[in-house]
Design a protein around this ligand. Structure first.
Ligand SMILES: *Cc1c(COP(=O)(O)O)cnc(C)c1O
Length: 366
């Protein structure tokens, strides 16, 4: 007998999440100077962290011998104030990935099912599979969620629907009217996770009023993160906004100290840094134009994106990826998403984008 066999079949079948290649790893593999490497692979904020968050971190270091506040009072108070929700509607997570896991652990068993879209965020399948629940993957339309088909795919034992809006890795955005129609038609026994990791990158008039919808739909779980526009990916902090009943259940399966004290302090400070968020969005809009103009000029089709990344079609993506890596440019292969002819590139600073474009041009001339 192998010790592997002690794990349930559904755990042994898990294909681990493939993260973007770390800069240090590429430097070691190719003998490159880490400072010459441009990483556009994990939708990180190219501006770094907000100065307010940095100051909060420096203050918090003195307190590191103590456990974090397991209830995250200050961060929850800041979130409650900013979004006009009750403290009892907030669940904090070690990244929003943790929130997705909490939903699975709290609500799904091997007798249940969860619905998600083809080409949607890989963690939905992983979190569903980790508890042995049935995965119902619904074909996408034009790389986005087919909400009518997803509604039709809901079975009596479906307890969770995962929706990323904007979606990663395709960058598509669902129409608010279609989302409301979906929520109205959803049976009451289904929880709908609205994962809005990129919402801060949307122009304000494009953001669906998901927090407004919470009053009408207690079964929705709005998920947000500090990893993207807030620039705190390395600290791991995200949160859910939902009804008090659902929040109470999620908090029962949470580790007592799942969000560390540095993360709590930095996130509280970052929430208030409106100037940093606006600058992040401005740089992203400019970079999106820079990259998509280049794709048009080079004749590479791309999926119009509402996030801080864009997926483009390039034929042999594995070969192009290797070419870019040799030139110190890390982008994200998405063959694991069933898109072997495409690559996803995150929006960087103007100079980083230019490095990527120059390497791409060189590859196409080869
Ligand atoms: C990046 C991302 C997340 C996870 O981010 P965390 O770092 O775990 O907060 C969640 N959902 C989507 C769609 C993402 O792209």
């Amino acid at each position: 007998m192998s010790l592997r066999d002690l794990a349930p079949e559904y755990v042994r079948a898990i294909a681990p999440y493939q993260p973007g290649k770390p800069i240090g790893e590429l430097a070691r593999e190719m003998g490159l100077n880490p400072d010459d490497i441009v990483k556009l692979a994990s939708n990180e904020n190219p501006l770094g962290i907000s100065p307010k968050a940095k100051a909060a971190l420096e203050r918090e270091i003195a307190e590191l011998a103590r456990y974090p506040d397991g209830n995250g009072f200050d961060l929850k108070a800041a979130v409650a104030k900013k979004y006009n929700v009750g403290m009892d509607q907030i669940v904090l997570g070690n990244g929003s990935n943790d929130i997705l896991e909490l939903v699975s652990h709290a609500f799904l068993t091997s007798a249940d099912a969860a619905v998600y879209s083809q080409y949607s965020f890989a963690v939905y399948a992983l979190a569903t599979q980790a508890v042995g629940a049935t995965r119902i993957e619904v074909p996408a339309v034009e790389y986005g969620h087919d909400l009518a088909a997803m509604r039709a795919a809901i079975t009596p034992n479906t307890k969770v629907v995962w929706i990323a809006n904007p979606n990663n890795p395709t960058g598509t955005l669902a129409r608010p009217g279609d989302l409301v129609e979906f929520l109205e038609s959803c049976p009451a026994h289904v929880l709908v996770v609205l994962d809005e990791a990129y919402t801060e990158y949307l122009a304000p008039e494009k953001r669906p009023d998901t927090l407004g919808w919470l009053k009408r739909f207690p079964n929705i779980i709005v998920v947000r993160t500090f990893s993207k526009a807030y620039g705190l990916a390395g600290l791991r902090v995200g949160f859910a906004l939902t009804s008090p009943e659902v929040a109470d259940i999620l908090n029962r399966v949470r580790q007592p100290f799942n969000v560390n004290s540095l993360a709590q302090a930095a996130a509280s400070a970052a929430l208030d840094d409106v100037a940093f968020l606006e600058e992040s969005r401005r740089v992203n809009d400019a970079g999106m134009k820079q990259l998509t103009d280049a794709f048009v000029r080079l004749g590479l089709p791309f999926i119009p994106s509402y996030g801080n990344f864009v997926t483009f079609h390039c034929g042999d993506a594995a070969a192009l990826n290797q070419f870019l890596l040799k030139r110190g440019v890390i982008v994200r292969p998405i063959a694991g998403y069933g898109m072997p002819d495409s690559l996803r590139v995150s929006i960087g600073t103007e100079a980083e984008n230019a490095r990527f474009i120059a390497a791409l041009e060189e590859a196409l001339q080869d």
